[in-house]
Ligand binder design. Structure first.
Ligand SMILES: Cc1ncc(COP(=O)(O)O)c(C=O)c1O
Length: 415
């Protein structure tokens, strides 16, 4: 028994180090939990009511201004939000959903869960987001929805995607799991399309430990979703018998949020604005520092929208070398998500995706969050600039020969 306790202690210690950055590396992600959550948490845990109740309703009310609509459903995670959105879009067996491969597999697994087929659209290799022109070309009579993902928090071309969806009478579902409080044309993500799905999972800017939200354009979808998130039962109906009286019209899920999670969410909302400001300020420092580099290049973002920068993704020449270089400098970097189309579970849907090929060959994310000190930021920038400098002679030599930078192969192996 003692040895189990000891090994648990050492796991605790190493997790603590990893998340606090007290170890060797500057972490890529870090969980934000304010100490002030303890009192409301204690209260709700001892209140005798811990299921979906008044705190979930209050959380939904307080989320409304963040999405500019009160058609909000608090759920137990972002994956559930995606599946519920597909269900509300009436996606079913044999239907087609146009989606992106450049995302967490949680975007696309719910499409399989609905019995539908995925049709991959290509991406813009300079944003990581779905290419709306390719999506439009892939629409067939079987298409029921387009799924788009705001990579790292940078919004997709929502006007164009919504116009395509409207033209074909299909739904646009935004996987906004990276994009809590990003904006498009001055309005928050969540206020533009039929459905937007958010994740409040542990390492997101806004976390409830695990949790999610589905934001619907129409009140009718919100009301149907309210039933479907709890087995299809209308918990607001007047029932003579507390549990079993009401007829269930259509089957549902167990996707609702509970009051314990909601209390954490309510507390987080007091801080998240400030946390996000820090992500954005850090990203602005990187944008400035990297703008003239040749081997380390920021993505190309338009100024009609803002990213919340859950990820700060760059494209680098010879990524493996860059990752080793950053690791030596004590900076954790990662590709975060692998392309989905090469997974065995999606093998039936493979197709040529040159934009995905280009993006996946160079993309990598560096730490950008609230935990970075000024010293950390300077250190990360210096490490990236140093990598770029070391690549330069080779880049210039090749440029002279070919007249083009784009064709530059890997930097020297001894880097
Ligand atoms: C793009 C994307 N979609 C969906 C999800 C799933 O969210 P959750 O973990 O809350 O189910 C994630 C989770 O990180 C994600 O990054």
């Amino acid at each position: 028994m003692q040895s189990v306790d000891k090994s648990m202690q050492s796991v605790d210690e190493s997790v603590k180090k990893l998340l606090s950055g007290e170890g060797k590396n500057i972490p890529l992600f870090k969980v934000f939990i304010p100490e002030s959550v303890m009192e409301p948490l204690r209260k709700v845990l001892l209140s005798g009511y811990i299921g979906e109740g008044p705190r979930v309703e209050e959380f939904e009310r307080q989320l409304a201004p963040w999405f500019d609509t009160d058609n909000v459903l608090a759920l137990n995670n972002g994956t559930a939000a995606l599946q519920l959105a597909l269900r509300l879009a009436n996606v079913g067996y044999g239907d087609e959903v146009i989606s992106t491969a450049m995302t967490c597999s949680a975007t696309n697994e719910p499409i399989l869960a609905m019995g539908a087929k995925i049709v991959w659209a290509d991406i813009d290799p300079w944003t990581g987001n779905i290419d709306y022109k390719d999506a439009a070309e892939k629409i067939t009579p079987k298409t029921k929805a387009i799924m788009c993902v705001h990579w790292g928090g940078y919004p997709c071309d929502l006007d164009e995607l919504n116009a395509i969806a409207a033209e074909h009478g299909i739904k646009l579902i935004e996987d906004a799991c990276h994009a809590f409080s990003s904006t498009y044309h001055g309005k928050p993500i969540g206020s533009h399309s039929d459905f937007a799905c958010f994740s409040f999972q542990a390492i997101k800017e806004m976390t409830t430990v695990d949790g999610g939200a589905l934001v619907c354009k129409s009140r009718a979808d919100r009301e149907r979703g309210r039933l479907l998130r709890w087995y299809g039962i209308d918990r607001k109906s007047k029932r003579k018998d507390l549990r079993c009286e009401a007829d269930i019209v259509e089957y549902g899920y167990k996707f609702h949020m509970n009051d314990v999670t909601a209390v954490i969410g309510l507390e987080q909302l007091k801080y998240v604005g400030k946390t996000i400001e820090k992500y954005r300020a850090n990203a602005a420092r990187y944008n400035e520092a990297f703008k003239n580099l040749k081997a380390v290049r920021p993505l190309r973002y338009k100024d009609d929208r803002t990213s919340v920068y859950w990820l700060y993704t760059i494209r680098v020449k010879n990524r493996q070398k860059f990752m080793e270089h950053m690791e030596k400098a004590g900076v954790t970097v990662s590709q975060v998500h692998a392309r989905n189309d090469t997974h065995t579970m999606f093998k039936d849907f493979r197709t040529d995706l040159p934009g995905v090929d280009e993006f996946t060959s160079e993309q990598v994310s560096i730490p950008v969050g609230w935990w970075l000190t000024d010293k950390d930021l300077t250190h990360i920038i210096n490490a990236a600039v140093e990598y770029d400098r070391r690549c330069r002679p080779r880049v210039q030599e090749i440029r002279k020969r070919s007249g083009k930078y784009e064709k530059t192969p890997a930097p020297p192996a001894n880097l």
